[in-house]
Design a protein around this ligand. Structure first.
Ligand code: 3PG
Ligand code: MG
Length: 396
């Protein structure tokens, strides 16, 4: 793969695929700009070389063409502020406006194109659409790690229309950090898996069983483990058809000598709300009309002690409904333990994208861990050992 550092962008128009799929509130304000900030070094390198930058991205999953809610115009001002430079905007990603603005672009200038997914051809990986996009730039830079698991027109198919294809700094850092974690980890290696569904995480959990010393399971998925072992879980999240699988995982971990750790207590609620009545009960003893929304204090302590004795930590998925402040203690305790082991035990800590990345950023700890991934599904698929189409396109 051609690295960004090895390529001279002087006089070139770089067509850069970024993942600006960021959360917006009802006023179209960005609530987490991590993915935008992450791309600034890539953009700056190209501009400092004497090149110009044409940014392309998707936002959300628009179904019927152009939609106000999913317009990338909402990102123009915030991006200009972060970059310290006025960003131009084309209200279409192909066609006359994109072509004219791209061809008039001068070295040092930045142009953002409208949402690629306003064309269904993007997600279909349509070749003619990819070719039209490719005409806008001289070199393709792939920096959208968060979307690299999609074989879309702009993330993969477009590669065949360029002889110059460059791996951006975000992509590079994501691949390097995932490799460091999976292939060069210092022991003890602890993985903390949380989030709602086992079905989303089963492949990665199985792969991790060959890598880790400790596998901590918390969050919504832990109730299926509890139920399968004969526990009462009330109205907590359950994937009924995955109960046998959890028992198999417990057996596999035992056979491999891995310390699989499940919650011993649970914070329960009488309704799914921040103002619900709260109680702490032993795991597997949840009354019928109640549901588990966080790990309990004893569990948080056990998990934290294991984390603090590690040299490598992977954290993917929250321990509870951390969006409700009254049920965020477990997730925050894990965040604190990950920060402590990074700073005090010189451990390498990687936070998986999606909800755990938001949790660590919301807690203000984003820059006190080794690495926060910008990928959700993409990181999981990469760690499962899958070849990501966006990576393959750079290697072709
Ligand atoms: C994401 O946030 O998961 C990426 O931007 C990819 O978006 P998608 O899941 O809609 O393809
Ligand atoms: Mg996704």
């Amino acid at each position: 793969m051609t690295t960004l550092d090895s390529y001279d962008f002087s006089g070139k128009k770089a067509l850069v695929r970024v993942d600006f799929n960021v959360p917006l509130n009802e006023k179209f304000e960005i609530t987490d700009d991590t993915r935008i900030r992450a791309t600034i070094p890539t953009i700056s390198k190209i501009l400092n070389d004497g090149g110009s930058v044409i940014l392309m991205s998707h936002l959300g999953r628009p179904k019927d063409g152009p939609t106000e809610k999913y317009s990338l115009k909402h990102l123009v001002n915030p991006l200009s502020l972060i970059l310290g430079k006025t960003v131009k905007f084309a209200d279409d990603c192909i066609g006359a406006s994109a072509t004219e603005l791209a061809s008039a672009l001068q070295p040092g200038e930045v142009l953002l194109l409208e949402n690629l997914r306003f064309y269904k051809e993007e997600e279909k990986g349509d070749e003619a659409f990819a070719e039209k996009l490719s005409k806008l730039g001289d070199v393709w830079v792939m920096d959208a790690f968060g979307t690299a698991h999609r074989a879309h027109a702009s993330t993969a198919v477009i590669g065949k229309f360029f002889s110059d294809k460059v791996c951006g700094y975000v992509m590079q850092a994501e691949l390097d950090n995932a490799e460091r974690l999976l292939e060069h980890s210092e022991r003890p290696f602890t993985a903390i898996m949380g989030g709602a569904k086992i079905s989303d995480k089963i492949l990665i959990i199985e792969r991790l069983l060959d890598k880790v010393d400790n596998l901590i399971i918390g969050g919504g998925m832990s109730y299926t483990f509890s139920k399968a072992q004969g526990g009462s879980i009330g109205k907590s999240l359950l994937e009924a058809d995955k109960q046998d699988l959890t028992l198999e995982l417990i057996e596999k971990a035992k056979a491999k000598g891995i310390n699989l750790v499940l919650p011993v207590d649970t914070v329960i609620a009488d309704k799914f709300s921040n103002d619900a009545e709260r109680k702490v009960v032993p795991a597997g003893q949840i009354p019928d009309e109640w549901e588990g929304l966080d790990i309990g204090p004893e569990t948080a302590k056990i998990f934290s002690d294991i984390i603090k004795n590690s040299k490598t930590v992977l954290w993917n998925g929250p321990m509870g409904v951390f969006e409700f402040p009254n049920f965020a203690q477990g997730t925050n305790a894990i965040a604190e333990a990950v920060v402590a082991v990074t700073e005090e035990n010189d451990a390498f800590s990687l936070i998986g994208g999606g909800d755990s990345a938001s949790a660590i950023n919301n807690a203000g700890y984003g820059d006190r861990v080794s690495y926060v991934s910008t990928g959700g599904g993409a990181l999981l698929e990469y760690m499962e050992g899958k070849v990501l189409p966006g990576v393959a396109a750079l290697q072709a």
